[in-house]
Design a protein around this ligand. Sequence first.
Ligand SMILES: C[S@@+](CC[C@H](N)C(=O)[O-])C[C@H]1O[C@@H](n2cnc3c(N)ncnc32)[C@H](O)[C@@H]1O
Length: 171
Amino acid sequence: MELVFDTYRKQVNESIFLIGGNAMDLPFKDCSFEYTVVKNLLHHLVGRTRRESKAFGKRAVEELMRVTKTGGYIIILDQYNRRRFFSAIIFYLTLFCSIFSISFESFGWGKNVIVSFLTPVETRDFLTGTGNIDIVMNVENRLELSRRWRYTLLMSNIGRLVVIGKVKKCE
Ligand SMILES: C[S@@+](CC[C@H](N)C(=O)[O-])C[C@H]1O[C@@H](n2cnc3c(N)ncnc32)[C@H](O)[C@@H]1O
């Protein structure tokens, strides 16, 4: 499922059935799927503040819980930043750059990309917060960055995580 449906429709593999829609308001009935996967999305769900961005991530995970059957699995793959302070700086910098159409190509930082990284704990808490999910897998891989990024400190402790939660009961 994709928010910017028209852009991705042209790229998608013929065997994939792509649906347009918002991850925070999934166009599916309750308890529809045995497996739901969200990959590289949560840090792109951004609001006007960090708090609002985090609320959007929580909302997206709640939607996954709503549409996943009892005994089904929710699989979250995302990038994390362990340093919340630096994530906040990155968020407001990317927001500022987006508003004023500034890009830093040498950092691979496009002018229309705003990111709000979460910590692994924050991501897992979205799943465990309701008490209705058992975490069955949790893997974190720290990423080694190029020197130019390391010197900024902003991304000095980032990585990728995979969290799989099993739904105890879909209501
Ligand atoms: C970094 S890409 C990841 C794409 C794909 N999941 C992957 O891993 O290759 C993030 C995608 O999320 C989409 N997106 C952003 N906000 C969304 C939302 N609220 N609902 C659904 N898709 C959204 C963006 O348009 C973009 O295509």
